[in-house]
Design a protein around this ligand. Structure first.
Ligand code: UD1
Length: 330
């Protein structure tokens, strides 16, 4: 199996840095491109870090050429749903347009494999709150649209024979490296489990529950939370699939089980050993009521076997990381 160098865009960010760590453990050659707008240089534990913009075509072409890169894993993106509602053009610029520029550079330099970070947000509000890969895409926020447009460009480029891709549609990624080497360090993070852990440690005064009148069992939003280390493993398997000559694929990444905001809060309270200060608040713009994966396909096609499929495990790792951050870790 040929093993070329891998360009990881956004490799200093939350998910990207966990994938870089997993690639490093396997002895892969990695170059990280990250503008450090939300990522952190000290989260890159493997490979070379180049600080720059993924939308900078000249820079990307130079990197692809000088490092002999044959595989790109593209994480760099804006990801916050309510922010995308407030500033849609930022999302179309930094997600859609930047991806277009990256793909153009990849095609010009003969990159053969592309692993793309897409999102469950492409499904919008699927029937019954559950989506498989054939569920019609119908995003309800600009973030989901910006990623879906990127999926389309990638699909169409792949159809020319220029490259093959695995597009991974992430559900709600949470938790941190079980060994505590890296974690979710995004400043002013909006992710529920991260925010709840910050509240537990007194770094925020309270947790707002955005919406208690959804058509869900307890009225709060339901999501499919997947451990970042299992997600990183899915990326390695996607890479192996492409290197083995596998066809282009689009796959959900989730466990197939949903938890409400209240259930997540209860898990954080269990891990922390004390109640959290919680305030009920209005719905957040752009949020679907329920989003759960049907995720059989990734198990079948990539033989993906999650090892951290447990909400308490996810929350414990997130809280442990938050404690390290409070003590001044990265
Ligand atoms: C996350 C991802 C998004 C991805 C989506 C897939 C980020 C920043 N967001 O968005 O890219 O497309 O998963 O499903 O990576 N909530 C509260 N209080 C809070 C924070 C959140 O009640 O302080 C609620 C939300 O209203 C929602 C649930 O918790 O019902 C999860 O929200 P969040 O963790 O922000 O993730 P998503 O918005 O689902």
């Amino acid at each position: 199996m040929a093993r070329g160098t891998i360009l990881v865009t956004g490799g200093a960010g939350y998910i990207g840095s966990h994938v870089v760590l997993a690639l490093g453990e396997r002895g892969e050659r990695v170059v990280v491109l990250d503008d450090l707008s939300t990522g952190r240089a000290d989260a890159v534990l493997h490979g070379e870090l180049v600080v720059g913009d993924v939308g900078d075509g000249a820079l990307v072409r130079r990197l692809l050429r000088t490092h002999g890169i044959d595989t790109v894993m593209h994480f760099a993106a804006r990801t916050v749903v309510p922010e995308s509602v407030a500033d849609p053009l930022k999302y179309y610029r930094e997600n859609t347009c930047a991806t277009r520029s990256l793909l153009e550079a990849c095609a010009a330099q003969g990159v053969r494999h592309f692993v793309f970070s897409s999102t469950a947000a492409v499904y919008g509000v699927p029937e019954g709150g559950i989506a498989d890969e054939d569920t019609p895409t119908a995003p309800i926020n600009p973030y989901g649209s910006s990623k879906l447009m990127s999926e389309w460009m990638l699909r169409d480029l792949a159809a020319t024979g220029a490259l093959r891709h695995v597009t991974l549609r992430y559900f709600n990624v949470a938790g941190c490296d079980p060994a505590g080497r890296i974690g979710q360090s995004t400043p002013e993070a909006t992710l529920l489990i991260k925010v709840a852990c910050e509240v537990a440690l007194g770094r925020r005064p309270e947790l707002a529950v955005f919406g208690t009148d959804y058509p869900t069992p307890d009225g709060t939003g339901v999501r499919d939370y997947i451990h970042v280390t299992d997600l990183a493993d899915a990326h390695l398997r996607a890479l192996d699939h492409l290197r083995a000559g596998g066809a282009s694929l689009t796959l959900n990444c989730g466990y197939g089980r949903g938890y409400s905001v209240r259930e997540v809060i209860a898990a954080v309270e269990r891990a922390h050993g004390a109640p959290l200060p919680v305030r009920e608040a209005p719905r957040r713009p752009g949020d679907p009521p329920m989003l759960i994966a049907r995720a059989e396909r990734i198990r079948e096609v990539l033989d993906w076997r999650p090892r951290h499929d447990d909400l308490d495990t996810i929350v414990a790792s997130a809280l442990a990381w938050e404690r390290r951050l409070a003590q001044g870790a990265r």
